[in-house]
Design a protein around this ligand. Structure first.
Ligand SMILES: Cc1ncc(COP(=O)(O)O)c(C=O)c1O
Length: 447
């Protein structure tokens, strides 16, 4: 793997920062002190000034194979020359089928059909629409309610923010979807603080679904959607037994269970899908990010055979599902995904994440006792570190940590005052030490 190099990138600094409206970013603060990345290789980003920054976040939870992987770059480039685009409706191309079969083989149990889209948000809306349509085509059109969870993040589409449970993502955007309810979130600091892996306390919170069923009646509920590990809200691993109980309650009431694995799929928790880690088979799994190791936008929904089959009725020349995107199964994305899956398999990166989990957890927990640190949670190759909020400015302390970390050569992600870390799965033990040593120094220096 290449060593960190310092080398300015000529012409990389833009002369106008005004026109680009940067997503999920305080634009005015950013434009005063921009954090601009020019290139990346292996475990490192390089700023426009040529400074190396160790990637503690796999980009945005996506570059699981590390950066600038020659095999993936070559596959994308070959594909662009061979077939840039084929219509996604009524026509297709061979790699779409090849990828769907590969994913079906990788996914647990009967999750053997793939519907492709371009982002996690689209994958979530797709899964919710399939759930509603599934009940409809089976003659149960009264099943229209969707159940999400407090603190859940399911992207930014109207479906996703409706079932999601993060207030600022919802409160500006009107009445959202009707008929949505939420399970309680699973975090309790008093009972769970400084847990490695799945907390002992909290499995019983799945039984809240029974309460919602009693309130609304099962005949009105289409689906439940949860992240097996809630990532964006600040890393909340599922309590022991929680997902199993959700599955059992959904089975009892004919409710579809959707796992949103946009973050957890492709090795993050040591398995191809988190569903495998927990031995729980949902009816649909959304995926994105790691499927192409973040190189080309791609996402999708793995769908259980029985759900797919329910649509395959009626005359054969009629469209079974009125849904899809111009860029569903885009050839470049399919080529990138096939190459990324090869890298994952050849380098056994999912197993690598599993093997490194105890080392990672130990290194993260070493920050316990530092100033401001209220809790640390780890699971797979993920860590969440809660800092005490400043009384007058929630999020200010973690923002300062992110900025200082970037200056000191480490990329981290923040949500309010939680720092989230999730490195590429190629991370070495020495780099794990470097990540937490640097973070420790940053935390000690915070006001
Ligand atoms: C669980 C989950 N679902 C959906 C999304 C949305 O994905 P995207 O940003 O690709 O739309 C994310 C993004 O982080 C996510 O973590």
């Amino acid at each position: 793997m290449p060593q960190a190099r310092t080398e300015a990138v000529a012409g990389a600094v833009p002369n106008d920062l005004e026109s680009f409206w940067i997503p999920f970013t305080p634009n005015r603060a950013f434009k005063k002190a921009p954090r601009l990345i020019a290139r990346a290789k292996g475990m490192h980003y390089y700023t426009v000034e040529g400074r190396a920054v160790l990637d503690g976040t796999a980009g945005l939870w996506c570059c699981n194979a590390g950066h600038g992987r020659d095999e993936i770059v070559a596959a994308i480039s070959r594909q662009a020359a061979e077939l840039d685009y084929a219509p996604a409706f009524q026509f297709s191309h061979p790699k779409a089928f090849e990828l769907a079969s590969r994913l079906a083989a990788l996914a647990p149990g009967e999750l053997d059909h793939a519907f492709f889209c371009n982002s996690g948000s689209e994958a979530v809306d797709t899964a919710l629409k399939i759930a509603l349509a599934y009940h409809n085509v089976r003659g149960q059109a009264s099943r229209v309610r969707l159940i999400g969870r407090e603190r859940g993040y399911h992207g930014v589409g109207f479906g996703g923010i409706s079932v999601g449970g993060i207030a600022p993502n919802r409160k500006y955007f009107g009445a959202l979807l009707a008929g949505v309810d939420h399970l309680p979130h699973t975090y309790n600091r008093e009972k769970q603080a400084f847990t490695k892996g799945e907390p002992e306390w909290g499995g019983h919170l799945a039984d809240e679904l029974d309460r919602l069923v009693a309130l609304h009646d099962a005949s009105t509920i289409a689906a439940v959607i949860v992240e097996p590990m809630a990532g964006s809200t600040g890393v909340l691993p599922p309590p022991k037994g929680y997902l199993e109980r959700l599955r059992a309650i959904c089975n009892k009431h004919g409710i579809l269970l959707i796992f949103d694995e946009v973050i957890t799929a492709f090795g993050r928790l040591g398995h191809a899908f988190a569903a495998e880690r927990y031995g729980v088979e949902p009816d649909m799994i959304t995926f994105a990010k790691g499927v192409t190791s973040g190189t080309v936008p791609m996402a999708g929904v793995m769908v259980k055979k029985g759900v797919y089959d329910a649509f395959m009725n009626g005359p054969e020349n009629t469209i079974e599902l009125f849904h899809g995107y111009t860029y569903s199964a885009h050839p470049l994305a399919c080529a990138a995904a096939l190459a990324a899956l090869d890298v994952y398999r050849e380098e056994r990166l999912f197993e690598r994440a599993k093997k490194l989990e105890p080392v990672w957890a130990e290194a993260a927990m070493a920050l316990k006792g530092l100033p401001h640190v209220l809790d640390i949670r780890t699971i797979g190759l993920v860590a969440g570190i809660d800092l005490a909020s400043r009384p007058d400015a929630v999020g200010g302390r973690a923002y300062e940590a992110m900025q200082k970390g970037f200056e000191q050569g480490i990329m981290m992600r923040i949500t309010a005052d939680t720092i989230a870390l999730s490195p590429p799965l190629i991370v070495r033990e020495s780099e794990i030490s470097e990540i937490f040593d640097k973070l420790g120094r940053v935390i000690r220096g915070l006001g």
